[in-house]
Design a protein around this ligand. Sequence first.
Ligand code: DGT
Ligand code: CA
Ligand code: CA
Ligand code: ZN
Length: 574
Amino acid sequence: MNNKEIADIFQEIAVYLEMEDDSFRAKAYEKVAGILEDSSEEAGDIYKKGGLKALEDIPGVGVSIAEKMEELLKTGKLKYYEQLKKKTPVDLGQLKSIEGLGAKTIKTLYKKLKVRNLNDLEKAAKQGKIKNLEGFGEKSEENILKNLEFSKKSSQRFLLGQIIPLAREIELRLKEMKEVKNAVACGSVRRKKETIGDLDFLVISNNPKPVMEMFVSMPEVSRILAQGQTKSSVRFKNEMDADIRIVPEESYGAALCYFTGSKDHNIALREIAIKKGWKLNEYGLFKGDKMIAGKTEEEIYEKLGMDYIEPELREMTGEIEASLAHKLPKLINYGDLEGDLHVHTDATDGNNTIEEMARAAMALGMKYIVIADHTKRLAMTRGLDEKRIQQQWKEIDLVNKKLAAGDSKFVILKGTECDILKDGSLDLPDKILSKLDIVSVSVHSLFNLPEKEQTERIKKAISNSNVNILNHPTGRMINKRDAYAVDMDEIIRHAKKTGTVLEINSFPDRLDLKDEYIKKCVEAGVKLSISTDSHSVQHLPFSEYGIAQARRGWATKNDVINAWPLEKMLKMLK
Ligand code: DGT
Ligand code: CA
Ligand code: CA
Ligand code: ZN
């Protein structure tokens, strides 16, 4: 049994313990599960070397948990876990995937209505049985149905941030083959769409057979859906499909363009070709039988009388017209960010210290970070109050001194992710906010307010003259929950008036603002920030996904304040 398998069982045990109101032990199991998942050493190896004693030396592991690990490693089973499952035989994996269903609700739904899985849940909700339960009501039944629909509709698509690392690994594997001249993941991955349906690999090779054989026998593959000479499809163990297409070098550009899409963008290109009396397909651009372009994408666009269109823009949101008129924006680039405006530390719900976050950001080429920890209303994150934030300032000063002594120009700025309260007032007093370098504010509660009230609440918050940035402005979580009801056009108008910057949160399941709102901000002249919302040093590279969305929203360097030199940014925010 490997670490991941043990961790999954411990996670479930934690939920069962939570059902029994034993939060203390639940936390212990959860913590060990996290440690096992992050660990580079297999518990099985530790056990082989040092036995039960060595397991107990893993941080967070006491005698009782060590014994359970031993039982799992020795027998592949755990009596304690089987007993818990018997007592409440529900499909936790399924039920937990529904936003809003926690241990307590799952337990009640099982005890009172015998809900064991999503089918049972849907039936109970549709028959109106849930609203009559104590602690539930009309509203929660509606929410359950809504979230069930949401989860059904979205379960087929994967987060860009989950897929990019996998796509790159496979690209690399293909490129390393001597038969392969080039390999690239096309389709929605190349366009950096926020979610991905399937992967589409394009490979240049004059000897497709060994390439095909390698592709269909990769360790990720669970099933071969179709296998041909130059085209194949497989299903991965994570349920994602991947297509591969192998072409000769002279068609590379045409094939790249075709398989990058979007489909509607392709159709528009083809129509432009047809108007000129030509033909465009995945093999090239043809005048009669003669190929006049096709080796590169650039030459195809050029022949069609267009400027090159970056993949992120190929979504039929005006890029064809802008390209023909030579009016495409010069998009912000990967690598253009100077600093990160939103990171957390272990003072609240982050995993790393101020110094660790700073050094990791420095290693990624950043020139500054803004510590933006949660505030006290968000009690479960141990949000900062007036006293603790002032304590944090002293620590920031100390670390800054240490870095400067080491001859670094990197700076840590003082910030906050201040909670917006129900009436739009803020969780920290103005006398604290006015002393910070950068103030950002967030909605973390009351997602169900009526649209008008939610909009007014946010407008009031960003009207505070100490506020610089509105974080994750719509609150959506991809595949989990929709945005709260809010009039974004009104927020954008108001942000323009108050000079508030809107965040593009780069966290893979947020990507909030999303591309269409980014484009509206760019058009309205509302400035943007691209932040990672890192809760650990591992999250800092997420900025790539935020930049990708900014590009999809037609943003230039000038639209993004943390792509500017620090001095210029601070002057603008004053
Ligand atoms: P996805 O997989 O749902 O995230 O989105 P895509 O854009 O990757 O779509 P996919 O995998 O169905 O197709 C990959 C590309 O192949 C697509 O972006 C454009 C091209 N393509 C697929 N079907 C057609 C088609 O019927 N006509 C044209 N012109 N292009 C197509
Ligand atoms: Ca695809
Ligand atoms: Ca496909
Ligand atoms: Zn945050």
